[in-house]
Design a protein around this ligand. Structure first.
Ligand SMILES: Cc1cc2nc3c(=O)[nH]c(=O)nc-3n(C[C@H](O)[C@H](O)[C@H](O)COP(=O)(O)OP(=O)(O)OC[C@H]3O[C@@H](n4cnc5c(N)ncnc54)[C@H](O)[C@@H]3O)c2cc1C
Length: 395
């Protein structure tokens, strides 16, 4: 059985493109030659922007060359669940963006007289073949109602073709050959100060001035579009530092976002009100550290936030990032809450040695048989705790 992608095997119209062989300057560099990168480069070029599109392998080699290629606004996340999580308005915009994208693709197909097997077809969302009919119906009904309310052309069908399961039929979806669609776009990008390169891997990005390195050559640009689908990880497949951003509204509606993820990842929550900040802090589970950035006045004004954080974290840092902890006498770090008065479980700091101590109680032993440290006359003259008092006295 052949495992070659059908699209790649039949993409006769996709010509080879050159590699980068000189330094260049353009307005925008686009890294990644799949559907996203090629579309971005095509539209920017059309607007008169000078672009350089870089693909490390061949155009359409990755997801775009292996997709099922349904053009649909029906998202993998079920519509009624999107409404629950993000509200009706956001869900509607999400689906309308999908519908607009299909229309945009159709407009290109028509304007450039493309021979890319584009065809309008209905799309079906059906119950899983293994699902219980009643629950599946209810959930499909919820999607149908939401879609119709938003103005999408959807109807319930008792038996979806092939699947023979109840489902929802969405009109005005489409299918196409992705690589035959992208070839005419690619043809129109190079020229007039714009470039298209294959077998050209963006290996490094410098910020000031913005420069993309590809092997021994570099391209200066004002803007950069990263269209690599997965975040750029250089040549390794290891996760690289990634900054995600969301709004306080979304964060509060999506509890999974507050899960602690070990690894080089940060989530920035923005656009919140003071009330939301307090609500977020109150809803957090125990954490190792909280860092507060601000002025002494902010600290006073947000005293209620500090009070909440005191109950949530073991370490409060002001105007600094929580780096590794110093291994000193003051450090007692036994797990979730680093600042603890209970040193028995500390694995950091000088008291960590106590984890290995083995306590023994001697009862009724003659003085001669006791260790010197425990003899009544304290022959070593050491400090001892006797009846709750530190003393060097005999007892
Ligand atoms: C089996 C399957 C079925 C799917 N079915 C559908 C479907 O029916 N409908 C739908 O809408 N979506 C579907 N998808 C998803 C859809 O195919 C992808 O979302 C889409 O193709 C992603 O395009 P892209 O351009 O963002 O990424 P990609 O096509 O992955 O392109 C990214 C490109 O970046 C390049 N690159 C990476 N790093 C560098 C670098 N350092 N320098 C230069 N280039 C670099 C890669 O070589 C790659 O060519 C499916 C996906 C799969 C895998």
């Amino acid at each position: 059985m052949t495992t070659e992608s059908y699209w790649q095997a039949t993409a006769t119209s996709l010509p080879p493109f050159p590699s980068l062989t000189q330094d260049l300057t353009v307005d925008v560099v686009i890294i990644g030659g799949g559907l996203t990168g090629i579309t971005a480069a095509y539209y920017l070029k059309k607007e008169g922007v000078k672009v350089a599109l870089l693909e490390r392998n061949r155009f359409g080699c990755c997801d775009t060359g292996h997709t099922t290629a349904h053009l649909t606004y029906v998202t993998d996340e079920r519509l009624h669940e999107v409404v629950q999580k993000f509200g009706k308005e956001a869900a509607q915009s999400f689906w309308e963006a999908g519908a607009a994208a299909i229309d945009m693709i159709y407009q290109n197909v028509r304007d450039l007289a493309m021979d890319c097997e584009f065809k309008w077809v209905p799309g079906f969302l059906h119950a899983s073949l293994a699902s219980d009919d009643k629950t599946a119906r209810e959930s499909l009904q919820k999607d149908l109602e939401a879609a119709v309310q938003m103005g999408f052309d959807a109807t319930f069908v008792e038996e979806v073709p092939y699947a023979k399961q109840p489902g929802v039929r969405f009109a005005h979806q489409a299918k196409f050959h992705p690589l035959k669609y992208l070839a005419p776009l690619l043809e129109r990008i190079a020229g007039g100060g714009s470039y298209v390169f294959e077998n050209t891997e963006a290996s490094e990005i410098e910020g000031n001035p913005l420069t993309v390195h590809a092997g021994q050559f570099k391209i200066r640009c004002d803007y950069l579009v990263i269209a690599t689908h997965t975040p750029l990880t250089g040549k390794s497949s290891l996760a690289s530092a990634t900054l995600f951003q969301t709004t306080a509204d979304v964060f509060l509606r999506t509890p999974e976002l507050s899960d602690e993820i070990f690894g080089p990842t940060t989530l920035l929550v923005t656009s919140g009100t003071r009330e939301q900040l307090i609500e977020i802090a109150s809803s957090m589970e125990g954490q190792l550290t909280a860092a507060i950035f601000g002025t002494a006045v902010d600290l006073r004004d947000f005293a209620d936030l500090v009070s909440i954080l005191e109950t949530k974290v073991g370490r409060l840092v002001f105007n600094a990032f929580p780096t590794g902890v110093e291994v000193g006498h003051a450090m007692v770090h036994g797990g979730m809450y680093p600042a603890t008065s209970d040193s028995r479980s500390t694995s950091v700091g000088t008291r960590a040695i106590h984890r290995f101590s083995r306590l023994v109680c001697y009862q009724g032993f003659p003085q001669d048989s006791l260790p010197d440290e425990l003899k009544d006359d304290n022959p070593k003259g050491i400090w001892r705790m006797v009846d709750g008092e530190f003393t060097k006295n005999t007892c």
